[in-house]
Every structure is written in C-alpha cells, then in structure tokens.
Ligand binder design. Structure first.
Ligand code: CA
Length: 269
C-alpha cells in the first residue's frame, strides 16, 4: 500500500492545486488533506500548518468522529430469503459463529447450516437450519429503523425433517420483543417442508435495530433444528410524534464552536 502525504512546506503557503494523496496516513491527516482548499481560501497568503497545532487536530478529529457517527447506520434490511451469499451452499454448508458470508447476516453461537438442495425452501432455493453442529445456533442482522415507528416482521418457519427433535423451537428477538414459535415435523419431508408464515411487530427505539433468530436443541437428540426463510420487515406506522433531533443539535453546536475557534485561530496568525 502506498502512502504519500503532501502538506504545505515550512516556507510556502498551501496552494489550490496542492496535491494530496493519502493511503494510510490516518484519519486526522486525511481530514487535514481534505481541508487544504478551505484553508487556502481563508488565508491564501498565510502559511497554515494545522499539523503543528495539537488543539486544532483534536477539534478536527472530534468533528470527524461526530460527522461519521451521524452518518453511520446499518443498512436497510436485506437478503431476507438468504439467496445472496459469498458461497453457494450446495447441499448444505455449516457456518460457525461470526461468519458473514450470507449477505447481511452474522452467525451467532455456535453454528448454523446454510441449506441449499438438502431441503426445499420457502422462497427461492436457499434457507437456514438454525442448529448447526453444536445443538445451538442462530443468525442476526442489524438494519436501519425510524425511532418510534412500528414494524411488522414476517418470516417462514419449518423444521429440518432429517432428524430429532420432532418439535422444533425457534426464538425471535427484535428490539425489545421476544417470541417463541414451535414447529412439528411429523409428516413432513424434505420436499414437503410445510413452511408456515409467522409474524410479530415491534416499535423501534433506535435508528438501528437488530433481529435475532436462535434455536437450542440441547438434550433433545442434537442437531436438526428449526428452519428459517423469507424474512420480511416493513414499516406499518409512523412515530406518534417526531423525536427531537438532539443528536443533530449537538452536531450543529460542535460545528459552530469549531467555526469560532477556526476563525479566532486564523486571525491570530
Ligand atoms: Ca430462500
């Protein structure tokens, strides 16, 4: 990886065409680089070397963190049918805790089976057996939500008919809501899975919400769990009243403070 950082030389002021290429100089240096045109515009005739000013670096770093935090978010809910991944599961592939090859999803302890041709899916050709090799497993996704809004989650449940236990139990946690769902595999087969839609609602408390699907068959004959497919999340009601944007008010305040500091600092030179 290349790293080239070009700042104003000690005997020359920054110029509009000053080249600035950074690959690994770090966030504070990158921000300095991005601010070069601004500094040049403010005091084109005065050498300005922010990299020699720890206080200014601290202010800029704080601005950077606040800006990134404000802009940060998870993402819209995605890949609820598990059809997109970095690897074709084939018949069935075991994924351990922390695996993120299924787009948008992270595997929870201990493992899951990413099912392809082993069993028919509810939608498409792929689904999840929430119990992998260790009698317990799960999968989670974080996604953008509007605080105060109500959402409806719909998902298809079945049970892996290949083995015990006969009654599969699925636990779903989203926001502060937790529900359990049972599925009896009696009479079901790999071709006739008996997929059944279930629903639950939740009100988002934050701008990001996490949904978790987990299962535990410990002591019940091991490793054939409830199966999951075709998860859908839709907003069904707006917030009762818009939440006051404290976060953005704080961000504006930091910007004003930084502008005052920058103005005072530039006048002192
Ligand atoms: Ca699917």
């Amino acid at each position: 990886m290349t790293s080239e950082t070009v700042f104003p030389s000690p005997d020359g002021a920054p110029t509009p065409d000053q080249r600035c290429t950074i690959a690994s100089a770090g966030a504070p240096a990158l921000l300095e680089c991005l601010l070069l045109p601004l500094r040049g515009g403010l005091r084109a005739s005065i050498p300005i070397y922010i990299h020699r000013r720890p206080a200014m670096k601290a202010i800029i770093a704080a601005l950077c963190l606040v800006a990134f935090h404000s802009a940060a978010g998870a993402a819209p809910f995605r890949n609820g049918s598990f059809e997109n991944s970095a690897q074709d599961p084939g018949y069935s592939t075991r994924y351990d805790e922390g695996d993120q090859r299924i787009t948008g999803w992270t595997v929870l302890p201990n493992s899951i089976d990413y099912v392809g041709t082993e069993n028919s899916a509810s939608e498409g050709t792929r689904s999840i057996d929430l119990v992998g090799n260790d009698s317990r497993g799960g999968i989670m996704q974080s996604f953008d939500t509007l605080p105060g809004a109500r959402y409806l989650v719909t998902f298809a449940v079945a049970g892996n008919p290949v083995g015990p236990p006969p009654i599969k139990m699925l636990e779903v946690t989203v926001g502060t809501e937790t529900s359990r769902f049972l599925f009896d595999i009696t009479g079901k087969s790999r071709q006739e899975m008996g997929w059944t839609d279930h629903q639950m609602t939740f009100v988002a408390d934050e701008s990001t919400t996490t949904i978790r699907f987990t299962a535990d068959t410990t002591g019940q004959g091991c490793c054939f769990g409830p199966m999951l497919d075709n998860v859908r999340v839709v907003q069904i009601a707006n917030p009762a009243s818009p939440p006051f944007p404290w976060k953005y008010l704080f961000f504006v305040g930091i910007l004003l403070l930084a502008a005052v500091k920058l103005f005072s600092w530039s006048r002192s030179l």
